[in-house]
Design a protein around this ligand. Structure first.
Ligand SMILES: [Zn+2]
Length: 407
């Protein structure tokens, strides 16, 4: 192993003295760097995060300090009319590993299996890959990386809590991992959706299943928001907006299918379409959503960097959407005596703007005589909502397993 000073010199050679000095300043408020700390730098191609620049990692070993009263030990700074904490000081007090990439100006915090990703100049942060909006952007103040004081409550406290949480039963588990779900009953009002041969309307089938699913989720302690709970028309854009604005964990849209070929039947689930590349969508989102988020404190060239965050979010959400879609199909296969077509990538506009795992469930074909008959039956619709619930439960159990396994 290389000595600390040799490592430090290598760091200077690789980064240049100016960067090192700036880098050290970022941490100076956390006290002098402890003697037990190690400083090292490594040039790494972090494929997952798509960061190609130099990554500098400082593990802050402050044994036994996790219970220190943070409020008293972390100074508050006033910047642009808002109160800020030094990120390094917060992390140091809580035993959180902080790494900062000086070139992309992105920081990553890890505590057990939990992560927070953030970027200087941006108020969008990712807490365990889920988007959280801060009131003010992450900033640099007197050479320190600083975060709005709300960061502690919105991002840091939850991951500390998750890290300490004991194993939970399945009921508690669902509501602790999936807190809020938006259920979207497709169509409504003047838009009936598909209409079966005997006159059964898709909008009514969708609404009934959505309501039943909402009740089941509420019984599990999950907060449910419905895009519509009566026979009204809601434009597509508004439906995703509800999910994004309420910061839901999952978005589930319920539809029934139709096809000219009346023999076609079955249950299928769509996840977000990969036809528009993630990076294209990411830069689109970086340009457009951002203007709505009242974040004006960043340089124009940070659009590219912001796209990195959005890209991470989309990539993560697509993986999660596929996982959720598979679990719903599997549960439907266990519970329903119908053909399970499987999961497909969606061409539906409705899923594209969602900033969380999102699926669209096609519960059956109204154009098929047998399936129209089934969908007319209230007890069958209950079985459908039960299957979707079981799919969500299995998805949540896997999330829990992933977190547990890493520990
Ligand atoms: Zn539909």
């Amino acid at each position: 192993m290389e000595s600390r000073s040799a490592g430090f010199h290598r760091l200077m050679l690789e980064c240049g003295t100016k960067h090192v000095a700036a880098f050290i300043r970022l941490f100076k408020d956390a006290g002098s760097i402890p003697a037990t700390s190690t400083i090292f730098a490594k040039e790494t191609m972090n494929k997952k995060l798509k960061f190609t620049s130099l990554f500098i990692l400082i593990p802050l070993f402050i044994c036994g300090c996790a219970t220190l009263p943070v409020k008293e030990s972390v100074p508050v700074y006033s910047l642009n009319g808002a109160s800020y904490y030094s990120l390094a000081a917060l992390c140091q007090a809580r035993g959180i590993v902080l790494s900062y990439d000086i070139f992309s100006r992105t920081a990553n915090l890890t505590k057990d299996n939990n992560t927070i990703d953030l970027m200087v100049g941006d108020n969008l942060i990712l807490v365990n890959k889920r988007a959280v909006l801060l009131s003010h952007p992450v900033d640099i103040y007197m050479g320190m990386l600083v975060v709005p004081v709300k960061f502690k409550e919105l991002a840091l406290d939850p991951i500390i809590k998750i890290a300490k949480a004991p194993p939970k039963s399945s009921v508690v588990l669902l509501s602790s991992l999936v807190k809020k779900v938006v259920i979207d009953a497709g169509h409504g009002g003047h838009d009936p959706g598909a209409v079966g041969r005997t006159g059964l309307k898709e909008k009514d089938v969708n609404l009934d299943i959505a309501r039943s699913l909402a009740n089941r989720l509420r019984q599990e302690g999950v907060e449910v928001i419905m895009t519509r709970s009566s026979d009204i028309f809601i434009p597509l854009g508004k439906r995703v907006e509800v999910a994004n604005n309420t910061k839901a964990d999952l978005f589930i849209s319920v539809h029934a299918n139709a096809n000219k070929a009346r023999s076609i039947h079955g249950f299928e689930v769509y996840y977000v379409s990969p036809t528009v590349s993630d990076s294209t969508r990411a830069s689109y989102a970086a340009k457009h959503y951002y203007l709505n988020l009242e974040s004006s404190c960043f340089a124009s060239n940070s659009q590219v960097l912001k796209a990195i965050l959005w890209d991470m979010l989309y990539t993560y959400n697509r993986g999660e959407s596929i996982s959720l879609a598979s679990d719903i199909c599997r549960a439907a296969g266990d519970n329903l005596n119908v053909r399970i077509i499987g999961i497909k990538d969606a061409r539906f506009e409705i899923l594209r703007g969602a900033r969380m795992p999102a699926v669209l469930v096609e519960v059956g074909f109204l154009s098929n005589v047998r399936e129209e008959q089934l969908l007319r039956d209230g007890s069958y619709r209950e079985k459908l909502s039960q299957s979707i619930l079981e799919g969500i439960l299995n998805y949540a159990r896997k999330l829990q397993l992933v977190q547990g396994d890493k520990g």
